[in-house]
Design a protein around this ligand. Structure first.
Ligand code: TYD
Length: 133
């Protein structure tokens, strides 16, 4: 699990976090998006990417991330605006238990491309094993 503890620049007026490509974001950013207004009983994700790398931060609220490399499955609460999760390629991810105020910000290394998605878990496992062969 690759977590980055982002430096909070704070003073009496409040807090600020700066994200910079090549500094605390370990890839060139082609896209950013954010997920918000997610219903509490909804789960998202359930896919992996063949090439895409991402960095996810809950800038408000929290959600639980499940990260699975095909061998090990780990759960992590994204519950701080200074905690970033790096999700490399060929990692199955699920998002659960969104708080009502959750805003999940994601930075991505590629433009949106549906053909980069693996949305079937058995197919994901097959491609992980092929990659290792
Ligand atoms: P998806 O990645 O499946 O969402 P999640 O992983 O959060 O469950 O995307 C949901 C929909 O939004 C899907 O139809 C594709 C579309 N989409 C874009 O058009 N552009 C994007 O950058 C993203 C992330 C999704």
């Amino acid at each position: 699990m690759e977590l980055v503890d982002l430096r909070v620049i704070g003073d009496e007026r409040g807090s600020l976090i700066a994200l910079e490509q090549g500094q605390n974001i370990p890839f060139a950013i082609k896209r950013a998006y954010y997920i918000f207004g997610t219903q509490s009983d909804v789960n998202r994700g359930f896919h992996a990417h063949r090439r895409l790398e991402q960095m996810a931060i809950c800038v408000s609220g929290r959600c639980k991330m499940i990260i699975d490399d095909g061998v090990t499955k780990q759960a992590i609460w994204l519950d701080s605006s200074s905690k970033a999760l790096i999700i490399r390629n060929m990692i199955w991810r699920e998002m659960h238990e969104f708080s009502e105020d959750c805003v999940l910000m994601v930075f991505a290394s590629e433009h949106y491309d549906e053909s980069d998605y693996i949305r079937n878990y058995d197919q994901f496992i097959k491609e992980v094993r092929n990659g290792q062969a």
